[in-house]
Design a protein. Structure first.
Length: 281
């Protein structure tokens, strides 16, 4: 197993990946914003199965935050992150700073239409432009052949898959299942921001989603079950629900029955923390 190497500059990264490419090695990238949890580590394990070389990127991307406080409060745990990656056979942890990623004068923006207009795109202005821009750069900077993303951010997964195809980036995007805590809460770096009290309430989100999905599978009425779920979330302490919707998997259009493959998508606020989740119906 090669030693974990922390790389902070693009020039050093290029030197390393050039040698790997010359040797014909497949490069896998796991893009992250750090505060790594078992969900991220599962992406690394999957990447190890498919690639000779693994790069994990850690960059808290300012362009995808629409709220300055959210950016300021986003957990940053680089030392702990490196310790978690060291035993996994990761070759490089790429940790660029803002100047590496967006040097003075940077003025390019990657923007997709359609897929980005709904769900988180409708509630977080500019978020997916920020994601698309940084992911394009991370794909080209790392010279990756394959990239691994969690289904927890299903809309993001759809968007980066499309992006790689549309721009001929040559990166195969691999979606990996959401990893959950024992009580069902989807693992997320943002869970670190929950208080002890709100952490106990947080699994109500997935519970209400599972209930609605079960109703749909049993041929029940969407509108009634949906209204019940929203009321239950309010009672459970969620202050605001950005969305709680069933959408078609292929184009993310709204649906109220399961004639096409569909997923339930939710984003809701609990104690000032925005939680998101999605499940197959
Ligand atoms: O999912 C994330 O952590 C981020 O959106 C990503 C893909 C690393 C881009 O900054």
């Amino acid at each position: 197993m090669s030693a974990l190497r922390i790389v902070r500059t693009l020039s050093e990264l290029r030197e390393i990946t050039r040698a790997w490419k010359m040797a014909g090695e497949v490069i896998g990238v796991v893009p992250t914003m750090g505060a790594l949890h078992d969900g991220h580590l599962s992406l690394v394990h999957r990447a190890k199965e498919e690639c000779a070389r693994i790069i994990v990127t850690i960059f808290v991307n300012p362009k995808q935050f629409n709220n300055p406080d959210d950016l300021k409060n986003y957990p940053r745990t680089e030392v702990e992150d490196a310790a978690k990656l060291a035993p996994l056979g990761v070759d490089v942890v790429y940790v660029p700073d803002g100047e590496q990623m967006y040097p003075n004068g940077f003025c390019t923006n990657i923007s997709l239409s359609g897929l980005t207009d709904v769900l988180c795109g409708a509630h977080r202005a500019g978020h997916f432009d920020g994601v698309a821009t940084v992911v394009t750069k991370l794909f080209t900077q790392t010279s990756a052949d394959r990239a691994f993303f969690g289904e927890k951010d299903f809309q993001q997964l759809q968007i980066v898959t499309r992006l790689s195809l549309d721009l001929d980036l040559g990166v195969t995007v691999v979606g990996c299942p959401t990893i959950r805590e024992e009580d069902g809460l989807a693992m997320s770096s943002r869970n670190l921001l929950l208080s002890d009290r709100t952490r106990v309430w947080a699994p109500r989100l997935i519970e209400e989603m599972e209930k609605l999905a079960a109703t749909m599978r049993a041929g029940g009425d969407y509108e009634a079950a949906h209204a019940e779920a929203l009321a239950a979330l309010k009672t459970a302490g969620f202050t605001e629900v950005d969305y709680f919707e069933m959408r078609a998997v292929d184009d993310l259009s709204l649906v109220t029955d399961v004639k096409r493959p569909a997923r339930l998508f939710a984003a809701a606020w609990l104690g000032g923390v925005r939680l998101i989740d999605n499940i197959a119906v």
